[in-house]
Write a new protein. Structure first.
Length: 312
């Protein structure tokens, strides 16, 4: 009997509860009251459960009916979602948007964009990875991600298209009690070489055999940016960090910006680009996301700049 349940029965069940009576449900659904009453009686017979107490003027949900109503609502919502997603796919909309963002990009800024994405593409779930260096590009190359927001890998493999999005300020820092913090004037590279440099390592093989920004022969390599942050605060070495991550530490005296020869005063400006396979560009949802990210401030370097995203 349960195999004979229909979506129409569940929708009528839901309408009868929402409208408060069989007659009101009939008016909303443009059915006769007798058709609604008969449908509910058949549903109860199939389920083997009394859904409504009919002893009063208006039918009232039984305890069992209230439990099954939640299941009915979930089924109806699931089918509606299936129909919306199928309609979107038929029109070229991605069934799911998978993106990879560079760990250097402010996650708060991305979260604000993701919130707007949810409102604009409610039927398209988002799958997000946060990576660094080649690991931001590898999922794109493998076809596991529609696009990547890349900044920490300076050179890209062939077959990819890059669109400039924004930039992130990047500074060299050390703990306030680190020997380099007490150095006056520009720090020569020969002096840097005397101290351990904390370096973000690549989870992929795309940068194998190449070094980016390594200035000391003595390095500790960390696979997580926030582990690197903790090591810097502990005085275990010096290294580069996005300014928006360490700004508060600098303002409160825990970290010090290092002035290093051949590095501009105030640090570097790290370009961030949306990268995708040239042969398989993002669909409507991915393109919307890229265009929205492009409206981030030209330089995302502080919490104030991140907050601007809301009003741009």
């Amino acid at each position: 009997m349960l195999d004979g349940l229909s979506l129409d029965q569940l929708r009528i069940f839901q309408a009868a509860v929402d409208e408060g009576s069989f007659s009101a449900a009939a008016r909303k659904l443009r059915r006769t009251q007798s058709a609604v009453s008969e449908t509910m009686a058949n549903l109860e017979a199939q389920l083997g459960v009394v859904l409504f107490d009919r002893s009063a003027r208006y039918p009232r949900l039984t305890t069992e009916g209230a439990v099954l109503l939640a299941d009915a609502r979930a089924i109806v919502a699931g089918v509606n979602g299936l129909k919306a997603r199928a309609k979107g796919i038929a029109g070229g909309l991605e069934p799911e948007l998978t993106a990879v963002i560079d760990v250097f990009f402010p996650i708060t800024a991305f979260a604000k964009v993701a919130r707007e994405f949810r409102e604009s593409f409610s039927a398209t779930p988002l799958r997000l990875y946060v990576e660094a260096l080649g690991a931001t590009v590898q999922p794109v190359m493998d076809g596991r991600a529609s696009f990547g927001l890349v900044g920490s890998l300076p050179t890209l493999p062939a077959g990819l298209t890059a669109e400039r999005i924004t930039s992130v300020d990047f500074v060299m820092v050390a703990a306030a009690d680190h020997p380099l913090a007490a150095h006056r004037g520009l720090i020569p590279k020969v002096v840097l070489a005397e101290h351990v440099q904390l370096v973000l390592t690549d989870r992929s093989d795309l940068s194998a055999g190449r070094e980016f920004g390594v200035m000391s022969p003595s390095t500790w390599r960390l696979g997580d940016l926030f582990a690197k942050h903790a090591f810097l605060l502990s005085g275990l070495g010096w290294g580069g960090m996005p300014l928006h991550i360490v700004r508060q530490d600098i303002d409160e005296g825990r970290l010090v910006i290092l002035s290093i020869e051949d590095i501009p005063e105030g640090g570097l400006s790290l370009p961030m680009s949306a990268v995708y396979r040239t042969s398989d560009p993002p669909g409507p949802a991915g393109r919307w996301m890229i265009e929205r990210l492009r409206r981030c401030p030209n330089q995302v370097f502080s919490q104030e700049a991140v907050d601007v995203v809301e009003s741009v």
